[in-house]
Ligand binder design. Sequence first.
Ligand SMILES: NC(=O)c1ccc[n+]([C@@H]2O[C@H](COP(=O)([O-])OP(=O)(O)OC[C@H]3O[C@@H](n4cnc5c(N)ncnc54)[C@H](OP(=O)(O)O)[C@@H]3O)[C@@H](O)[C@H]2O)c1
Length: 252
Amino acid sequence: MKIAVITGASSGLGTEYAKAVNKMRQDIDEIWLIARREDKLKEVAALLNKKVRTLKCDITNKDCINEYVSLLKSENAEVKLLINNAGFGKLGYFYEISTEDNAGMIRLNCEALTVMASVTLPFMKENSEIINTCSIASFAPNSRMAVYSSTKAYVMSFSRALRQELKGRKINVLSVCPGPMETEFLSLAGIGKGDSKTFDTLPRDNAQKVAEHSLKASLKKKAVFADHIFYKFYRFASKVLPTSIVMKIAKT
Ligand SMILES: NC(=O)c1ccc[n+]([C@@H]2O[C@H](COP(=O)([O-])OP(=O)(O)OC[C@H]3O[C@@H](n4cnc5c(N)ncnc54)[C@H](OP(=O)(O)O)[C@@H]3O)[C@@H](O)[C@H]2O)c1
């Protein structure tokens, strides 16, 4: 039984990943959907025709992770695709954002993503894939998103190093770098119209396209994926320009 595990599957990009895996991946028999809101996971499951298991799990919680690992063991699971997608951000100066939220971003976007990779890897064989949802925020530090952009810089660095380590085992690791998408992320982050000139003007990415196109990029064993031409250019610019200049352009 070949399984795809998707975290943050109850909304936004994670839901689009579930639909895209269901449609595009004939090699996958079963999809495991993970998030805290089980009712939403059930709604997503109802849209899919592959076998689906919903796991109500806060992936920052050790007991939930232990239950997930027990399930992997009891099902003798082979995870063909891990999509580490759950994450959240907050817009605001560092001192305006609560300590709980600043630490929470690190716990979910960095620690939980790392833990999920660590506990799932023993259940992955050759020719498997890990997709880590990163962000254009990983390309340069963003003021008013200091912690969020730092967590995504971690995701990028971790993913690239892990990809190199796992090459010998033929497991690819892809960092997916969306720009702003109209998902719950924006309202949870406090990003509404007028809250940030940069966000008001940045081109929107489409979550369905990001999911489908990044799945193809993963099969092609790419390291980094940005869908929109504007963000491909931004990524290039962030590599060739001094960070201080990129930071001025990218100020949120
Ligand atoms: N939307 C954007 O503009 C944007 C841009 C770049 C990158 N991203 C990244 O894209 C990823 C997906 O975000 P999205 O845009 O799809 O936002 P979203 O709709 O808010 O989705 C976030 C998902 O994470 C889940 N989640 C949150 N905390 C969790 C926890 N402790 N344990 C398990 N699941 C948890 C949420 O489900 P529950 O609440 O049910 O747990 C939800 O399914 C994130 O990593 C985000 O950083 C988003």
